[in-house]
Design a protein around this ligand. Sequence first.
Ligand SMILES: [Zn+2]
Length: 242
Amino acid sequence: MRRGRALLAAAAAPVAVAAWHIVPAATWLPPVRAALFPALDGRGSPRHVALTFDDGPDVRSTPHFLRELDHLGVRATFFLQGAAVRRHPALVRTMAAAGHELAVHCWEHQPPWLPRPVAERRDLERAVLALRETAGTEPRWYRPPFGVLTATRWRAARRLGLRPVLWTAWGRDWRARADTDSVLSDLCKRLTGGATVLLHDSDRNSAPGSWNVTLAALPYLVARCRAAGWGIGPLAEHGAGG
Ligand SMILES: [Zn+2]
């Protein structure tokens, strides 16, 4: 019996650690987030929509987004992977020179399921340093990979002065079966003034080639916002505080 209890306790310990670590990940669920953590959504001025992209910079796809955004007269916030920033510094400088806001996504796209506090902090420090040294910018925002904000990631971001921000509307553009209509339809379910929109300018962590669909949806999204009387631009102009 005593041995049974000991075994149970041994089994429960890792579960407890995992639960402590991952409970904040419930913030991933938009209704939970809206109710408990409204600041995390990045909800801003009702006359503005924040346009954000994750997972770049990517030399195959990001330049297409820069051209399209220039054509549309729109600037955005890009949540970048630090390792890719180091690999493609010229592209990152081009993004900054075009007036886009550069923010921190991660170093590499590590899954969040096990606590790795030292590595998480080191990764974020490296990502901030990469942006500072490459583009001369001081990032203000942090969005964790998979939108899963664990306690470890939250603490690491705050120590670096980064404000965690997720999104209020997404296009689910990473899916292999996404097309322009599905991306716009998913976005419009939660597209309101004050929304923060999540899209991806790279297929690095998505279905191969999925960025083509995102790129094709972009002019329609911008037109929809403008028809509603909303400005569309980076988080810096969103009035989300922080
Ligand atoms: Zn990502």
